[in-house]
Design a protein around this ligand. Sequence first.
Ligand SMILES: O=C(O)CCC(=O)C(=O)O
Ligand SMILES: [Fe+2]
Length: 358
Amino acid sequence: MDATNLPAFPDDVPTHPLLVIDYALIKAREPDEIERLWTAATKLGFWYLKNHGVDEEVRGMFDMGAETMALPMEEKMKYEQGNEGMSFGCGYKAAGANAVDATGMLDTAQFINVAKDDALAWPVQARRDYPSTVNARMESTIRPFVEGSLAVNNTLLDVLNDKLGLPKGTLLQQHPREEFSGSETRVLYSPPSGDRQVVGSHTDFGSLSFLHNRLGGLQVLVPGTETWQYVKPIPGHAICNLGDAMTIFSAGILRSNLHRVMSPPGLQGAHYRFSLVYFTRPGNSVVLRALTDSSPLIADAAARAPDPKKYDTGMTSLDWFTRRIKNQRIANRKGPETWMASRGTEHSEPTVPTQVAV
Ligand SMILES: O=C(O)CCC(=O)C(=O)O
Ligand SMILES: [Fe+2]
């Protein structure tokens, strides 16, 4: 996709302004910028990130996505992720393989997902095999993008760790580089889809998503409102959002907000849409529960939570991820209960921390 030939995001469509966080200042542990990140992470769980330094790798990944999506359907289907949630969601996902709502409407997005474990182990195959277009760019494009995204996400986790009052490195220990996990990179591809949902309303499954949008279409449901609002892509700005694992670890202090993808608005809606994400997810064996033993702030939030059981899931990260992936596959649908079984932390009330001014 040549980003320079795309129409601009329309002026007359309402958007939700995210806070712009400067990664260079976060890396320098600048206190005011950390405070702004904390505000974004606790209030909406979405923010723009500028100066992240991964732009060149992002361009290569969009090319990899275009090359992969251009393969014959028959070739892509050899790598389809399957209905078991077992191949940890990795590989290719055909359009219409997932439900977008409780009625079983079908999604319109194709995905190519590459596991972090495979990108880092290449040329050794750690988890599964991929189309030739992925293999061809594993070394030159995918591994550098994964490394760059890991550096950014790990820095953000480290800063949030300290703000949550956790002992140094606690959050990073939930995401060991060497342990297999659901961490992956994804290129999404969708045709003009009119009023249909491209990706249904969801919270992200893991900890932290590092998203790159060129066309609009991403929408968030801002807490306290009932209307979906577009997030406008800004060149050079990534969009970061927190996932369920962070809400659970923090007993609701950090927010994993609902979002979905629609066709891009205005003239953009006539174009095929590509987007790119790196998802940081906890190690497979990590049990998803509030880190109450490690932080008084989290212990206090858990004690005040209306339904503390929500933050003691009894599930490992692998179980959580498999449950969500599997129950959104249309082939596994029995009825609306399958959709409900695919849901995340979206029904949690936010727990406002007592000791922190926001
Ligand atoms: O394509 C986008 O803008 C968002 C994709 C997304 O939310 C996801 O893959 O989880
Ligand atoms: Fe998402």
